[in-house]
Design a protein around this ligand. Structure first.
Ligand code: PMP
Length: 410
């Protein structure tokens, strides 16, 4: 099968030049998974369902209205969108927040960059626990923040004692915890998040307060990019923002996105919920007018169709659970997942399995612990294609141990 390679992915390393590249960026390559035009694209954890004609029409109308005043800059603080996002969270998680506790940017990637710009920087550290989302080191690199990692347990959960030891040693400004975690799908129990928040209190870098220097509270970010896919009964860390009437954890951030369950990856709209004090600090570092008028209009229109856009979440969850069971029946390890992807393996040569699936028109991801692969949950037809291809690959190509272990960025 022929695969068309998107032009921008054809260049996979930056050529050596006489330009004054910043120290630390030499030899770095642009982030990104391959963008290949194949029948089953199951590699970047998107929602496989495109918006309906009614949603498309509404978004188009909203963008047309916004276009009539594109000679003006957009609203810098986008109160209408923050209010709509607060309303969405109230329905989705039962947590009612003040719209001033919400912040948004172009994807949760940018939201997290704002966090690192506000709290990281030279002499500061950001702490995370691996395996986890591979953009975290890039946010740190781009803000000149040290990126320090600690391990997760063998089942990818967090060990509170190890987290406490790491916080004490590193005194991080920011702790990044993905829940559900990418690429493992592991969710963090709220008690664990509470424990980390307590350890982080006074566990941050020393800051000057008035005349004397004292410890700050490390900012704990719970990245819930896949939060809507969590299994019934699993709470969101948003609940901690209102625990005891709110205000108990001014150093907690819960990050969300419209890219995954909401099916709007192309829109680029990520957001977070936190204390008002913390959100106000983010307003200092954002570029003026970072969220375009058309993005704000399209996001508002899409949020008006919440029920329809989210209607496939339940079926994606059951496809996911069926996939885990199916992989286990084949004698493979597949981790329980609260997201829209499954980590499975092990393979002695996972690169060869990836390539053989690609030859059969199924694109997944080489990521995570050695020997493992990640597949995103697609439509029933795409999952049939994945299962048929994997059965074929495993039957026709013994998993030989001669492959070179290499991991792509996610
Ligand atoms: N966090 C995690 C854990 C992710 O996997 C992703 C996307 N792969 C993001 C954040 C960023 O998503 P977006 O910028 O599209 O909101």
């Amino acid at each position: 099968m022929e695969h068309r390679r998107a032009p921008e992915t054809a260049v996979d390393s930056v050529p050596v030049s006489s330009l004054p590249i910043r120290p630390g960026l030499e030899g770095e390559t642009p982030y990104g998974a391959p963008e290949l035009d194949v029948p089953a694209r199951l590699n970047v954890n998107e929602n496989p369902y495109a918006p309906s004609p009614a949603v498309i029409a509404d978004i188009a109308d909203a963008v047309a209205r916004a276009a009539s005043s594109l000679n003006r800059y957009p609203d810098r603080d986008f109160p209408a969108l923050r209010e709509a996002l607060a309303d969405y969270l109230a329905v989705e998680s039962g947590v009612r927040l003040d719209p001033r506790q919400i912040w948004a940017a172009n994807g949760s990637n940018e939201v997290m960059l704002h966090l690192l710009e506000a709290f990281g920087g030279p002499g500061r550290s950001c702490l995370s626990f691996t395996p986890t989302y591979s953009m975290y080191p890039e946010y740190a690199r781009d803000t000149l923040t040290d990126y320090v990692t600690g391990p997760r347990r063998a089942d990818f959960t967090l060990d509170a004692a190890a987290v406490a030891a790491a916080i004490e040693r590193v005194r991080p400004a920011v702790v990044l915890l993905a829940s559900p975690n990418n690429p493992t799908g592991t969710v963090l129990p709220l008690d664990d998040v509470r424990a980390v928040l307590e350890i982080a209190r006074g566990g941050g870098p020393l800051i000057r307060n008035g005349g004397s220097a004292g410890p700050s509270d490390a900012v704990v970010v719970v990245d819930e990019a896949y939060g809507e896919f969590r299994r019934p009964g699993v709470p969101s860390a948003l609940e901690l923002l209102i625990e005891d009437g709110g205000g108990r954890y001014p150093h907690l951030v819960v990050s969300r996105t419209m890219s995954k369950a909401f099916g709007m990856a192309g829109l680029r709209l990520g957001y977070l919920a936190a204390s008002r004090e913390l959100v106000d600090l983010l307003r200092v570092v954002r570029l003026p007018y970072h969220l375009s008028a058309t993005t704000q209009a399209a996001a508002l229109a899409a949020l008006g169709h919440r029920e329809e856009l989210m209607s496939q979440v339940a079926s994606l969850r059951s496809e996911r659970d069926a996939l885990v069971a199916w992989l286990r029946e084949r004698g493979l390890t597949a981790y329980d997942s609260d997201s829209n992807f499954v980590l499975f393996g092990p393979f002695q040569d996972r690169g060869a399995i990836f390539e053989a699936l690609l030859e059969r028109g199924v694109l997944i991801r080489v990521v995570g612990p050695a020997g493992y692969l990640r597949v995103c949950v697609g439509t029933p037809d795409e999952m049939d294609a994945f299962r048929a291809a994997l059965v074929d690959v495993l039957a026709s190509r013994p998993d030989r141990p001669d492959g070179e272990e290499k991991e792509e960025s996610t």
